[in-house]
Write a protein that binds this ligand. Structure first.
Ligand SMILES: [Zn+2]
Length: 126
């Protein structure tokens, strides 16, 4: 975030894990304790990608591990819900949990499911 000059407060620690990690996309979405645990809940583990994987490597890995017709929707919705959890923490002082994140992800996917193919909708029910 500070690379985009969004770090106006000068704080370089993550709002969730309080590690002295720079507020980067990679930390927020893939390296933070919260995000790691959230991705694990849907069967994604990034450790096999090695250090500093590219954003496309994360997407390719998702394609290999998630339902092939839904991986983009799941990946993007999961990341979006992580972003919203981070905002809830910063702006509303709501401590995020994996359970709440998962519930919101399921609701988000259900709300989008009308545009999924029937077999993909059935896969979501599982
Ligand atoms: Zn963190």
């Amino acid at each position: 975030m500070d690379r985009r000059h969004c770090n106006r407060d000068g704080i370089l620690t993550c709002a969730y894990c309080n590690r002295n990690a720079r507020k980067t996309r990679d930390h927020l979405f893939f390296g933070c304790d919260l995000s790691i645990n959230c991705w694990h809940m849907i069967g994604l583990d990034w450790t096999s990608l090695g250090p500093d994987p590219s954003f496309m490597a994360y997407i390719r890995h998702s394609k290999n591990c998630l339902h092939r017709d839904l991986y983009k929707e799941i990946f993007l919705s999961a990341a979006w819900e992580l972003w919203k959890c981070r905002n809830d923490l910063i702006f509303n002082n709501v401590t995020p949990t994996v359970q709440v994140w998962l519930l919101k992800l399921k609701i988000s996917l259900k709300n989008q499911s009308c545009r999924f193919k029937e077999h993909a909708r059935e896969a979501l029910r599982d």
